[in-house]
Design a protein around this ligand. Sequence first.
Ligand SMILES: [Fe+2]
Length: 339
Amino acid sequence: MPTPPDILRAASAELVVTDLERSRWFYTETLGLVVTAADDDALYLRGMEEYTHHSLVLRRGEQPALARLSYRVRTPADLDAAEAYFGALGLPTRRVPAGTTLGIGEAVRVLDPLGFPMELFHDVTHVPRLTQRYDLYHGVEPARLDHFNVMTPDIAAGHRFYSDLGFRCSETIEDESTLYAAWLARKSTVHDIALTGGAGPRLHHIAFFTPEARNVLHLCDVLGSLGNQAHIERGPGRHGVSNAFYVYLRDPDGHRVEIYTTDYYTGDPDNPTLRWDVRDERRRDFWGHAVVESWYREASTVLDLDGRPQQLLERAEPHEIDVVVGADGFTAARESLRQ
Ligand SMILES: [Fe+2]
């Protein structure tokens, strides 16, 4: 096999939204992302610690969907490596010229084996640093895009594909016979991509990192004050996996967005994988709070390289939500309290 491209990090997602103005309100006024560029059909957004053009593109369309998950690679030559590598795997691969997406240079697009439209780029437009423009901070004070979380029926296949690409596995949820979820990283955090078991390909969520837990709490307070509490789906809470303090929101089209802080360093190449037993009620919420069913069941449609919705494949292995002992509030720990 050719050498895989050297991927730096999850860099950008492109979401199709049906009402660009309503999405602008949600992502800029409520969350506090900054508009780098805008036209009639798209918004290009970034966080306060992002020095490249954007980390989120919102594009106007008929049906909500994920159009693309983009990663930055170390050098321009990594685009050649990507074409050779994905070509050798027999995956649909195409090269697109600079400027196909505003602010991004030449790119390689590939439909990964799980059915997700993946893009790799190196050249990018750098933009002014806003890190110390405290006068511009508002909303949840989002620092940067942190990771993608995708739903796929075959976690083991996804784990193989991303491991072969040089991702390190930081954590898993599993039992003796089944892998339910996996967290994989190129940068030195818990993940750039997480795999969640379920019918797929679907986008489970994108996540933005924020400096402090108080940012998450303040966001929830503001949403309540404005009567917009329906945008809060799950949390706030403390994850077992990743240790992050989190809240999950649904945007005006139902795309799920996580706001997240305090995960940990994973940059040593031999960093051990932390394996959570699926029966441990702390894995999804460290305090043992129940996980709302929509969080396990609902996710965004994914488009192929030509913009067509992908067919769903059902999961053949057990679903995490069906594991009763130690999961979702019906726990061994609570049984013992009653005795
Ligand atoms: Fe996440």
